[in-house]
Ligand binder design. Structure first.
Ligand code: HEC
Length: 131
């Protein structure tokens, strides 16, 4: 009898611990080994994202040890609308959702860069089923 409770306990705890982790991982359909086929109209955005954002957010928005995944429910349009992306890139963000620290303003990023990066990120979010 006691063992059953023990097993159930271990199962319950591991499910609790793994669920948030797997929801982050499961959201990301693409990786360096499995890149998406980027439609031509998003290629410039992809290149600029790679130059300015991927260092922290990962090549396909999957996150790195320096920044969170943008392929995450937090960053869908209803949670972080387009202005949040301009704000983040141009003025930086104080750490609030994660423990990566603050996002500094991105050196060299302009509104025009975000004008093309944002449609690429939104496209990739849709591809990943984020919204
Ligand atoms: C030096 C690392 C770094 C770079 C480069 C970087 N970011 Fe971030 N970004 C972060 C971190 C860290 C956070 C998480 C802040 C938090 O805890 O919520 C973040 C958060 C964000 C957010 C969420 C803002 C909010 O209001 O919560 C957006 C949007 C974002 N980044 C977009 C971008 C874009 C677009 C680029 C490229 C132009 C970029 N980031 C480049 C580190 C970076």
């Amino acid at each position: 009898m006691k063992f059953r409770f023990l097993f159930f306990g271990i199962f319950a705890i591991s499910t609790l611990l793994l669920t948030p982790l797997s929801s982050v991982i499961a959201a990301n359909k693409y990786s360096v080994d499995n890149p998406p086929k980027v439609p031509y109209k998003y290629v410039l955005g992809m290149e600029k994202f790679r130059d300015l954002c991927s260092r922290c957010h990962g090549k396909w928005g999957n996150g790195t040890h320096q920044g969170p995944p943008l392929m995450h429910g937090f960053y869908k349009p209803s949670h972080h609308g387009d202005p949040a992306f301009y704000q983040a890139a141009l003025n930086g963000v104080r750490a609030h959702h994660w423990r990566f620290g603050d996002m500094p303003p991105v050196p060299g990023a302009t509104r025009k860069d975000i004008d093309v990066i944002l449609p690429f990120i939104r496209w990739l979010q849709r591809e990943n089923g984020i919204y």
